[in-house]
Structure formats: C-alpha cells, structure tokens
Design a protein around this ligand. Structure first.
Ligand code: HEC
Length: 159
C-alpha cells in the first residue's frame, strides 16, 4: 500500500514537472515571438536620420517658396519644419554631452520665429536673415554633435 502511494506520488510529481516544462517552453516561445515583433516595430519607427531628411526637404522647399513669393507655402513649410525639429530631442535627447532639445529649442525660438514673422509681413529681406540664421543653427548642431561635414547651405539668393 505504502509503496503504491509513493508510486502515485512520484507519478504526479513527474506529470506536474513535465507540464511545467511544456508550459515554460510555450512561454519562452511566446516571449521570443514578442521580442521579434518589438524589434520589427523598432525598425519601422523613424529615427533621427529620417527626421533630418524631412527637416532638410522642408528647409529647402521653404527657401524656394519664399523666393517665389509663395508666402502661403512658406508658412506651410515652416509649420512642418517646426514639427520635425521638435521631434529631434524625443529621438535622441543627448549627444556628445549636448542636450539636443536646447539647440532645437533655440532654433524654434530664434530663426524659425523670425521667419514666421517675416512670412507674415511678407518681408523677403527679413526672411533671408532668418533663413541664413537657420542654416547656421543647423550647422552648429551638426558640428557640436561631431558631424562638422554635414553642412547646410542656404540655396536661395539674397534678395
Ligand atoms: C538639435 C541638433 C540638430 C539641428 C538643430 C539640426 N540637425 Fe541635422 N542632424 C542632427 C544629427 C544629430 C544628425 C546625425 C544623425 C545621425 O546620423 O545619427 C543630423 C543629420 C542631418 C542630415 C544628414 C542626414 C542623412 O541621413 O544623411 C541632414 C541632411 C540634416 N541633418 C539637415 C539639417 C537641417 C537642414 C537643419 C536645419 C534646418 C538641421 N539638420 C538641424 C542634429 C541636428
């Protein structure tokens, strides 16, 4: 009798152990699948480089719009430039000890605000001052983060 109770007990222990092992393997598999999916999502998220590509496009379009006196388009491009610039510190808060938000914030409050005002008053000379100041801020941040070779040149001629 005692022997059979021991046999049943050890059988139960084995069964529970086997069940736990199967469950652990299933959980491991789920965790593995989940982490693969998270990695996939991370890859599709725009990084700072994609954002900089957008900043670059809108900066150039902005200059062309002002050059053509298309102030509505210039205003529209300023809004997009601002949106993308504000994304920079959320994607990379700090680099080379520099808080990127400080520079992107200075960009928005300085040259960007000056260009908004110039677009509103349709003043091309004031616009150009802001536009050139913007490029200096672009290049300042690139140099400070160790990429002095990324040089933004304002493409628009002086009025
Ligand atoms: C707050 C800092 C900061 C400001 C301001 C800034 N950038 Fe950048 N930019 C970066 C960083 C950091 C990189 C490098 C990203 C990387 O490669 O990891 C970069 C890279 C770039 C690149 C290269 C992207 C590529 O894939 O080759 C371009 C083009 C660019 N910036 C355009 C601009 C323009 C135009 C402005 C101004 C209107 C500007 N940036 C302002 C931080 C900044």
């Amino acid at each position: 009798m005692k022997a059979s109770i021991a046999a049943v007990a050890s059988f139960i222990a084995l069964a529970v152990g086997a069940y736990a092992a199967v469950r652990a393997t299933a959980l491991e598999q789920q965790l593995h699948d989940l982490s693969a999916r998270v990695q996939g999502v991370e890859l599709t998220k725009p990084g700072i480089r994609e954002v900089m590509g957008q900043v670059y496009t809108h900066y150039n379009d902005l200059g062309a719009a002002a050059e053509q006196g298309n102030w509505g388009l210039a205003q529209y491009k300023l809004m997009q430039l601002e949106e993308f610039m504000n994304m920079v510190p959320t994607l990379r808060p700090i680099e080379n000890g520099l808080k990127l938000g400080d520079v992107s914030g200075a960009f928005v409050k300085g040259p960007l605000a000056a260009m908004y005002a110039a677009v509103k008053s349709q003043n091309k000379a004031d616009f150009m001052t802001g536009y050139r100041g913007a490029a200096m801020t672009c290049n300042g941040c690139h140099a400070a983060t160790g990429r002095v070779y990324i040089q933004i040149v304002p493409a628009v001629k002086a009025p």
